[in-house]
Write a protein that binds this ligand. Sequence first.
Ligand SMILES: [Zn+2]
Length: 205
Amino acid sequence: MGMVEFPLIGMNGNSFIMTLLPIARPDFDVEICIAYASSENFTGHAIYKRPGCYLHEDASKLLSRAIDLAKPLGLRFKIFDAFRPAEAQWVLWNHTPDPDFLSDPRRGSPHSMGVAIDLTLIDSSGDELDMGTGFDDFTPQAHHGALDITVEGQRNRAVLLDLMTAAGWDFFQNEWWHYQMFDARARYPILSDKVLDEPMMLDDI
Ligand SMILES: [Zn+2]
């Protein structure tokens, strides 16, 4: 898979790995639709062997806050990716080494620290709101502030941006679906698939 060495795991003491929490109902009222656990992603291939959804406990608190803010609006979140093992970042990067849309794995993605999340909003029927583009659409139309998308898409992105930033998340200019904790790289280490009790990475990629 063309992997080279990277600053692996980076345990802050021995207790760090215990802080990755599974994101699931009933504790988190969200839909889980992990894109990289199926071929429904920009690589056309599954990267994970199971749809694991984990966040660092610090990030999980911000997600809980966002869930609470969305609920009175009749909205919930659908999550496409959360913790992404460092090994998976290499697979994505080797497929599309574009720093406008992916973090160079040597620098590390906040996803690989468990403090980033890709998500959209769904209505009470579970249908995704129009966001102007799909998830992982690596085009300028996916940028915040894009005006060449539907007005409905602009409005829904604004709602998502408001809910997430009000809950304490930082946004990424080039991807309407991506949110991460502030100063992630200064505060959290890059984590390998090996920190999970049950690995997520497929063996044969
Ligand atoms: Zn992301």
